[in-house]
Write a protein that binds this ligand. Structure first.
Ligand SMILES: *Cc1c(COP(=O)(O)O)cnc(C)c1O
Length: 460
């Protein structure tokens, strides 16, 4: 039974070599173009138009590299220095190469033998992250696909450890916390943040009092909230959690990365006392999506989330006796070799490189905030604590709903124009534009250009 030539050809090493060189050349050209600030950040098309463009009646016969080029050209250019939008970094190019290797090796990782290199590398990365957060010996966890799944994993473990009950969450919590609470059968009791968007002990105590006779099992704090980048007072919340016997989960999906910066790591003080932490490496650690760590102060809690046995897959006996089978700790069965990207990046660049990146992101955010404060036509929502800046255009003395509408229209114009990209967020004080500074190649002149662009669109 001969292998059909079509099958052999798709796996031909020389075809892969030739296509691979063309793909890397195309991506290197794109990187250079973005760095020259050429082209649009967001090649806007309406969803209806876009669906028509990409729909196909039949498949086959296309040139892979041509198609990939077309897809890249129609995609949002995250690595373009005029992209000031979501918490998505321009991925470290070396990490993209590591991901290519992961795709080619395709080691599934649920069991050790399906990841004889990537499983121990995942432990090395987890140990490094636990150490950076100051978690005690015995802390451990797992890498999973995204902060949302990470928060669910942590809350499932919380319920396994503490039994049924409700959780107190910040009114600024990421929506995945609310979803996770629903999935574990808990009510998410919102505690109002203060004017600086911090979850205070007083607010948590008020929420506890209002819980009545419902049992509360935990508190969810944020270290770098999504909307404003605010860091909750983790030490004080850890004291309260300890005094009340509550589980403390810290959603550090965004802010966990500041742990590598000697300049900024103080913002996380108290995180070492959390029962569980979620930390996205695909945010401040510049990895391509998705690489999320769910870390537990007591490593054995990691088995609580999915404490059932898939005996065909995992060895018999308590999961801790087979700690090397990572699949016992995560919802995922097959997963990408997600640790190799961060491990290689740390090996190549060292921790100090990451500290430099984070320090620069925060310094650029501060510089943008300074410019906004110095501009009478803009208003800063609050002093940024990391790399997220919320602000709005004042319009011509308009207020309230009119001011909100003015800024919504402005953001829509930014999106349709495509030369820059920012997002927006609803805060208690109104609708604000929101910029996350992820790209360390941004210069101060780009900040001036962003504000000039917004002014131009206001006049249009
Ligand atoms: C980004 C973010 C999440 C969600 O993480 P994903 O990786 O996008 O699923 C959760 N919490 C916070 C605070 C975040 O900033």
């Amino acid at each position: 039974m001969a292998v059909p030539p079509e099958i052999r050809d798709a796996y031909d090493p020389e075809r892969f070599r030739a296509d691979g060189h063309r793909v890397i050349d195309a991506l290197a050209d794109a990187l250079a173009r973005w760095q020259r600030r050429d082209g649009l950040v967001l090649p806007w098309r309406s969803p209806e138009e876009a669906r028509v463009i990409w729909a196909r009646k039949s498949f086959g016969g296309a040139d892979l590299v041509d198609d990939l080029r077309r897809i890249a050209a129609a995609s949002t250019a995250i690595a373009h220095p005029c992209c000031f939008a979501h918490q998505v970094p321009p991925p470290l190019p070396g990490a993209a190469l590591a991901e290519l290797v992961s795709a080619m090796l395709n080691n599934g990782m649920a069991v050790f033998e399906m990841g004889p290199a990537s499983v121990p590398i995942e432990f090395a990365v987890l140990d490094w992250m636990c150490a950076r957060l100051g978690l005690p010996d015995g802390a451990s966890g797992v890498l999973t696909s995204g902060g949302s799944l990470g928060n669910l994993t942590a809350l499932l473990a919380m319920r396994h450890a503490r039994g049924d009950g409700d959780v107190i969450v910040s009114s600024d919590a990421h929506y995945s916390i609310d979803r996770a609470a629903h999935i574990i059968g808990a009510r998410a009791l919102a505690a109002e943040v203060d004017a600086r968007h911090h979850l205070t002990v007083a607010a948590v105590e008020r929420a506890l009092a209002s819980a009545g006779d419902r049992r509360v099992i935990g508190i969810v704090a944020a270290a770098g909230s999504t909307a404003t980048g605010a860091f909750d007072p983790l030490g004080e919340l850890a004291d309260l959690a300890a005094a009340r016997g509550l589980w403390l989960h810290v959603d550090a999906a965004h802010g966990g990365g500041v742990a590598v910066s000697p300049k900024h790591r103080d913002k996380l003080r108290g995180i070492e006392r959390a029962d569980s932490v979620v930390w996205d490496a695909h945010k401040l650690l510049m990895m391509p999506a998705l690489v999320t760590a769910v870390l537990f102060r007591r490593g054995d809690d990691a088995y609580g989330a999915f404490a059932t046995e898939a005996s065909y897959l995992f060895a018999h006996g308590p999961p801790a006796d087979h700690w090397w089978d990572l699949g016992t700790r995560t919802l995922e069965c097959t997963k990408r070799m997600m640790a190799i990207e961060l491990w290689c990046a740390l090996r190549v660049h060292g921790e100090a490189w990451f500290a430099q990146v984070i320090d620069r992101q925060c310094a650029l955010a501060e510089a943008l905030a300074d410019r906004i404060e110095a501009s009478p036509d803009f208003e800063l929502a609050l002093v940024p604590e990391c790399n997220i800046v919320c602000f709005r255009h004042r319009g011509d003395g308009i207020t309230g709903a009119k001011l909100d509408a003015h800024n919504r229209v402005l953001r829509e114009r930014v999106v349709h124009d495509g030369r820059f990209y920012i997002v927006g967020t609803q805060l208690p004080t109104g609708y604000f534009l929101r910029s996350t500074i992820m790209n360390p190649l941004i210069e101060e002149s780009d900040l001036d250009a962003l504000l000039a662009h917004l002014r131009e669109l206001c006049r249009a």
